[in-house]
Design a protein around this ligand. Sequence first.
Ligand code: SPD
Length: 389
Amino acid sequence: MMKKYLWSFALSALVLAACGKKEEPPAPVAAPAPAVSAPAPVAVNTEEKMLNIYNWPDYVPEGMIAAFEKETGIKVNYDTFETNEALHAKLVAGNTGYDIVVPGSVFAKPQIEGGMFQPLDKAKVKNLANLDAPIMATLAKNTDPDNKYLVPWAWGFTTVGINKTKVTKALGKLPMPENAWDLVFKPEYTSKLKSCGIAYLDSPTEIIPVALHYIGKDAYSNDPADYKAATDMLAKVRKDVRIFSSTMIDDIAGGKACVAIGWSGDINIAAGRAKENKSKDEIEALLPSTGALIFFDTMAITKDAAHPNNAQAFIDFYLRPENAARMANEMNYPTANKAAIAQIKPEIAGNKTIFVEGDYFAKMIAPSSFTNEAREAMATAYNSFKKGK
Ligand code: SPD
């Protein structure tokens, strides 16, 4: 659907433009002279010229932060975190020192409810108008009522990535499974693939949901009994998992892992890096037959941000079509910025593991969230699995 989406955006823009011309009202004859009134006061940003951003690694195009600094004179400290859990722990502790953070929507809902963010001053973020209305409506419905707090950075999906060359060799006569999740969850496959390296993302809220989905349960179940069922399944392959990774791109591109549970864009980045390094191995993101898990990563301004105006200026800058398009083109994640779609390169728009097609999109698992209690139970279950207990 996303590919169709791309073209439908372009098409609807053309149609709208054409309609706009036809329906343009005639200019009024002798319009009355407007009453002279004092110009509206222009709000001056008196904040110190600093901005602290906390985002995921490998998510911002090279030079984009420097371009913002040059244009605005605002100095940016840009730090990264590897998991939603790490960001969440900082937010719970408070006084993060960050103005903008980028939680996954799975965590953003409880974070909004927990009062961790401040509402956007939408008047200061004019480019919000560039965002895709249906995506924003979905986010409003599931996560952020009235789109008060969150602005999408990118979206993508959690799936299986492989080094096809190594996996084919390690599987020998065993053919590739129809459902790619078997490669990381079914002992018949993992027992063979452990020789070239199986990597899982090191995060309970990444692994337990895909394990739940694999065993036919709701990926966003809040029931600890379901976590037990998921970890019972996972326990059977625990000895075959080599890496719990927070450096997945390097692990796949550098050959430490031949199969991984990872994020679509990062797997595509790893594929590109392997090519740059002149590796003959072919790396690819797979589309499991039972579907992959969609995620949204969203910018939010922390409740105690020292520089909310600078944060809003950055969000507005990021929402310029050319900047959102650069993120998609260089970081391999789709953007929710409708105005950017025309600037997406054909090879990115046409990559079915970045902008998935309609039939596959229909199979994907939409994001949701967990209660705080469920997340705690999930972390306990995941940590026991990791320890092999
Ligand atoms: N390189 C950027 C990775 C961003 C991953 N965010 C994933 C959140 C999934 N729950």
